[in-house]
Design a protein around this ligand. Sequence first.
Ligand code: SAH
Ligand code: SF4
Length: 358
Amino acid sequence: MTVFPSAKPSSAAVPNELFDPKALAHRALAGPPFTKEEMLALLRDPEDPEVLHILCRAAHLVRLKVFGNVLVLRGIIEFSNICRNDCLYCGLRRSNRNLVRYRMDEEEIFAAVERAIRMGFRRIVLQSGEDGAWHPDRLVRLVREIVTRYGVVLTLSVGELPFEAYRRLMDAGAYRYLMRHETSDPELYARLHPGTSFGVRREHLYTLKSLGYATGPGMMVGLPGQTLESLVDDVIFMRELRAEMAGVGPFIPHPETPLRDAAPGSPILTLKMVALTRLNLPETHLPATTALRVAFRDNPHLPLLCGPNVVMPDVTPPRWKVHYDLYPGKTKADLVDDGENVYAYWERQAAEVGLVVD
Ligand code: SAH
Ligand code: SF4
């Protein structure tokens, strides 16, 4: 086994096997659960590349054990960039007047689903801002139509809705719901989300879970004012929720938001959090998120080798996807030309690191 000399912990309270990939992977699969102190010890030097290496090897071993070498692809259709919310970090926030707004209608969405299916996708994610014109009744009809007409596995990521709407959407055939908790630090959450609170977000997530959705929380890494401790709390929050999916990506400042001058989230720390998430939630679907792939544009294989088992390529029609500008780099994350088959592109990417797509 490779030895990582400089990664040895200095504190006697931290056992050496915490810094050994195989021991870490074994612990992740057999328990007991990692403690907060252990996770903080692993993150003590956030930028240390050797600990990153150890965490990634451990997380990759766990993903191979649980999911084999399969990389799950879900095509994401971003069907509206209109949003009533004003999240401080997001380029779609309602106060951003310098954004071309669009809303696809049913026919355009069906055409996008059909195009994705032709490429090879069998799983579709519908994502949008919190767009009032997409009333729950209309969403329910859309979901029912897509599921019955095309037989795809459908994930929703359309923000907070009345609780009864979640139930109706599930009855209509929605299987999974992505709603990041963004940060588990209640003060930071309140600062970033005018007019709402972490408690509200938590309630939505637990409601989705209790209704039977495969539930997907997640957080940004490197938000201004975020601490390492709160990042560990994020992982524990997702572990307690028993999240079926977990979206972890770096914060990337957007020039048309109040956080334009904030420092971006560290790619290395973000990747460590991805690996730690895999170690704490071995069976959770963990995407190599778009923001993570943007941060590792120069080393695109690395995120695939740190625990993720999912990629969600953008299959929004090219004329609209350039306007789904959550953060810089987002709209050009997949390095494919507009006419190119992004499913085939990911088949090739997966093969380069010994994975096969499903
Ligand atoms: N409106 C829905 C879905 C679209 S936003 C919702 O909020 O759930 C999807 C995700 O994009 C958010 O959960 C957030 O974590 C991420 N995001 C938004 N702005 C970002 C930024 N500046 N950097 C990194 N991720 C960002
Ligand atoms: Fe709207 Fe989602 Fe962006 Fe918040 S993160 S402003 S809810 S699109």
